[in-house]
Write a protein that binds this ligand. Structure first.
Ligand SMILES: CC(C)(COP(=O)(O)OP(=O)(O)OC[C@H]1O[C@@H](n2cnc3c(N)ncnc32)[C@H](O)[C@@H]1OP(=O)(O)O)[C@@H](O)C(=O)NCCC(=O)NCCS
Length: 183
């Protein structure tokens, strides 16, 4: 996909796929995440070594997008994972929903602390949803669901049409949420 220019308020971002030269910028992005964000982000480690591993992946089962600023900093990072996770499939099956790898894409968004709650992810969502449709996705499934206490995230997902499908308890309750793309 070609980079897409995204305007949010007065600021301009570029939304594009992560590439091999992004290791240092992605490591900086992970490093700026405060404790609140880290607690809410479950998909993978947030270390410099893992940033390097991600950009070097040859056959990545995920498409990874970044939103960058004019000076090349990463302001947001979005994962579209094609692989289905057995524990997720199991939970959805209990709700009567059969998830299929490659069609029901696991989605995980994150925004840099300094940009959160200023409309950045909302500005990117139409393009990201368009991309998912172009991949032939049937739905976007929140990777690991979202913590029930994460009211901003829940509001954000519901705004874009994600619906709740039960959930599961860890130390907190987590809502499973899914956006059907075929409606
Ligand atoms: C969740 C996240 C991806 C959303 O991205 P964002 O760019 O901050 O979201 P936006 O600013 O576009 O939208 C946030 C919405 O939540 C609303 N909101 C903010 N705080 C809220 C609260 N306490 N209760 C209800 N709604 C709230 C905002 O008003 C906005 O809705 P609106 O556009 O209708 O006004 C981002 O905040 C983030 O990375 N958070 C930390 C990591 C995380 O939680 N990841 C998701 C894990 S499931």
């Amino acid at each position: 996909m070609d980079p897409i220019s995204i305007t949010c308020g007065e600021q301009q971002f570029s939304l594009r796929l992560l590439h091999r030269d992004d290791g240092a910028a992605l490591a900086r992005y992970f490093a700026q995440m405060g404790e609140d964000t880290r607690r809410r982000f479950g998909p993978h480690p947030l270390t410099e070594a893992f940033a390097d591993e991600l950009v070097q992946k040859v056959d990545d089962s995920a498409d990874r997008f970044v939103m960058t600023t004019d000076d090349g900093r990463i302001a947001a990072y979005f994962i579209f994972e094609r692989q289905a996770f057995p524990h997720e499939m199991q939970r959805y099956a209990e709700q009567g929903i059969v998830l299929a790898a490659g069609q029901d894409i696991s989605f995980a968004p994150s925004v840099a602390d300094a940009y959160q709650n200023s409309g950045v992810a909302s500005a990117a969502m139409p393009a990201l949803i368009g991309y998912a449709r172009s991949m032939g996705a049937k739905s976007l499934v929140l990777m690991g669901g979202t913590q029930a206490t994460n009211e901003r995230a829940v509001r954000f997902y519901e705004k874009f049409g994600f619906r709740r499908h039960g959930g599961y308890q860890t130390e907190l309750y987590n809502h499973d949420m899914r956006l059907l793309l075929t409606e």
